[in-house]
Design a protein around this ligand. Structure first.
Ligand SMILES: NC(=O)c1ccc[n+]([C@@H]2O[C@H](COP(=O)([O-])OP(=O)(O)OC[C@H]3O[C@@H](n4cnc5c(N)ncnc54)[C@H](O)[C@@H]3O)[C@@H](O)[C@H]2O)c1
Length: 292
């Protein structure tokens, strides 16, 4: 149980966390703080949060747990705004999609990683953003990855784990670097490719017809290009190295496919397609594919 939870950024993820914890009866008081006052008023109207404050100092006063659910590039300034006002023993966590950059920001602000800061990333989302898009069951049966290090306080890890479990999520742990590499491949690269595909099509003369006659493959593949551009801009900037690494591998693989198509090399095409299908079929059955 949490007495007072303070959430910075009451949008899709912050709002869904608040709703899920309310449904579970897990917090006595949920206070929101956001750069956009209209959104905070809307969040109270929708009964997503109990109260709001536009003062970071007031929002964190007496809070047991503080969650940062703001866009990646806003994490550091929010940490700066609260660093001097956190209650003794408060547990700090975030929901950011990349972990190395949040940890680096925390180290800069606090002059070292605070032991009671537990970095976290819920692997759940949708193409809409803002508090109106919040869902109380967004995290049910989805994974939440924690990336603590050797210095992270065990009790703080337990607090964050229990909070996410109360939303119906399954909590797992990964190293920071491993998290960023895995997410670059499974989430960040697919979003870059979807944006690039739709952007490429937008430059053709038959964009209308493409959407009019879109087959399931195009609909499935382009769906994530409807995601929030600000969020994905931030992720590309914040997880640059890991994304570039997997993007370069992808480009080289794509070049090989291009040359196989150019040369009519049926054997090469089959080898790549059969290999990809075998790996996907085997793993999708084993692990449910998450969305973000
Ligand atoms: N959307 C997803 O699929 C998803 C999934 C997992 C994690 N995340 C992470 O969650 C975080 C929030 O994403 P979201 O989808 O909820 O975005 P969102 O746009 O729905 O909500 C973000 C909220 O933060 C507020 N905000 C922006 N700058 C602020 C600041 N400086 N101070 C206080 N509030 C500020 C905005 O007004 C908005 O209400 C991001 O860090 C993102 O990487 C998103």
């Amino acid at each position: 149980m949490i007495n007072k939870l303070a959430i910075f950024g009451v949008g899709l993820i912050g709002g869904s966390l608040a709703l899920a914890l309310k449904r579970a009866g897990y917090c006595d008081l949920i206070v929101g703080c956001d750069a956009d006052v209209d959104r905070l008023c809307r969040a109270v109207e929708l009964n997503v949060i109990d109260q709001f404050s536009t003062s970071p100092e007031e929002a964190v006063a007496d809070a047991d747990v503080v969650v940062l659910a703001v866009p990646m590039l806003a994490m550091e300034s929010v940490l700066e705004s609260i660093s001097e006002h956190l209650a003794e023993g408060v547990v700090l966590t975030d929901v950011g999609s990349c972990k190395a950059s949040v940890v680096a920001a925390a180290k800069r602000v606090f002059d070292g990683m605070p032991p009671r800061f537990v970095p976290a990333h819920p692997i759940a989302g949708r193409e809409k953003s803002g508090v109106e898009a919040s869902l109380e069951d967004l995290f049910v049966a989805h994974k939440v990855i924690l990336t603590p290090d050797n210095g992270t306080d065990q009790a703080a890890i337990a607090t964050v784990t229990r909070m996410w479990e109360a939303t119906g999520a399954q909590v797992k742990t990964l190293g920071i670097e491993q998290h960023d590499l895995v997410l670059a491949a499974t989430s960040h690269l697919p979003h870059v490719l979807a944006y690039s595909l739709v952007d490429t099509i937008a430059e053709t003369d038959y964009v209308e017809q493409i959407f009019q006659f879109a087959a399931g493959g195009f609909r499935d593949f382009s769906r994530i290009a409807s995601s929030d551009p600000v969020m994905w801009r931030d992720i590309c900037l914040e997880n640059k190295d890991a994304i570039l690494d997997v993007l370069h591998k992808f480009q080289s693989n794509l070049k090989e496919l291009e040359s196989a198509i150019m040369q009519g090399d049926a054997g090469d095409l089959m080898e790549t397609f059969v290999n990809a299908k075998t790996i996907r079929d085997a793993n999708v059955m084993k692990h449910r594919v998450e969305t973000e």
